[in-house]
Design a protein around this ligand. Structure first.
Ligand code: C5P
Length: 228
């Protein structure tokens, strides 16, 4: 039983308002994509890392990391879920078995720690496991106009992060079922939930933030600088 990674990296990152997709912005002399892939490559258990990039991406193929023997690439899709499914299909074409395990990790989370990857792998149940962050603030539900309706109990509420781990064949079928039935798939666990599966939630490091807004770059820079 092998372990693979799929890295969706075909987003355009509109909210970043930059001149290029956010994964190609530089932090400490390297793009966010290079930081993320370099970290994943340090985890020896990954047999191959499949990265889903836009087919007309002018940046990826010029980066030294794209030539690493453990890095493969495939075309991304319209939505994140399409990029992930393309990655799973490409792994199968490369000889991965449906009983192998796959860890999906957003390219936009360059501060992932090897320790969290190992903890996720060790803690998985037969359906998989995901990294999350417990909700710390008081949670409110509002109506569409913003009027507060109620306070939502935050016990057992989590932010779902990545990486997310599942058996390759199980995840592929769950995503295909969800897409066929127009069910929302915002992360891998949501597809698994749609077919009645219950992966386990593991608390990860707070530094594993997703670069989304321009302000996040300063925070990422600080985390990456402190760790190097
Ligand atoms: O936009 P957001 O940051 O939420 O995207 C999460 C991840 O999904 C990013 O790593 C992004 O590159 C990826 N993505 C993708 N294909 C898309 C949209 C997003 O691979 N069509």
């Amino acid at each position: 039983m092998a372990l693979y990674a799929v890295v969706p990296a075909a987003g355009v990152g509109k909210r970043m308002k930059a001149d290029r997709p956010k994964q190609y912005l530089q932090v400490n002399g390297q793009s966010i994509l290079e930081h993320t892939l370099t970290r994943l490559l340090c985890f020896p258990m990954f047999e191959k890392i499949m990265i889903a990039v836009n087919h007309d991406d002018p940046f990826f193929h010029n980066m030294p990391v794209s030539k690493d023997v453990r890095i493969l690439n495939c075309d991304g899709g319209k939505e994140r879920v399409d990029s992930v499914l393309n990655g799973l299909n490409a792994l199968v074409q490369q000889g991965a078995d449906v009983s192998d395990w796959v860890m999906v990790h957003d390219v936009a989370r360059p501060c992932i720690s090897l320790n969290d990857i190992q903890r996720l792998y060790d803690a998985r149940n037969e359906h998989g496991a995901i990294i999350g962050a417990p909700v710390r603030d008081t949670m409110k539900r509002t109506d569409a106009q913003g009027n507060i309706i109620e306070t939502v109990e935050r016990e057992q509420l989590w932010h779902a992060l990545t990486p997310q781990l599942a058996p390759l064949g199980v995840l592929k079928k769950a995503i295909e079922f969800s897409l066929q039935n127009n069910l929302p798939v915002t992360d891998e666990a949501s597809a698994l939930e749609h077919v009645g599966l219950k992966p386990i939630m593991i608390a990860g490091l707070a530094s594993n933030i997703k670069v989304t807004h321009p302000d996040d770059l300063a925070m990422i820079t600080q985390f990456l600088t402190n760790e190097s």
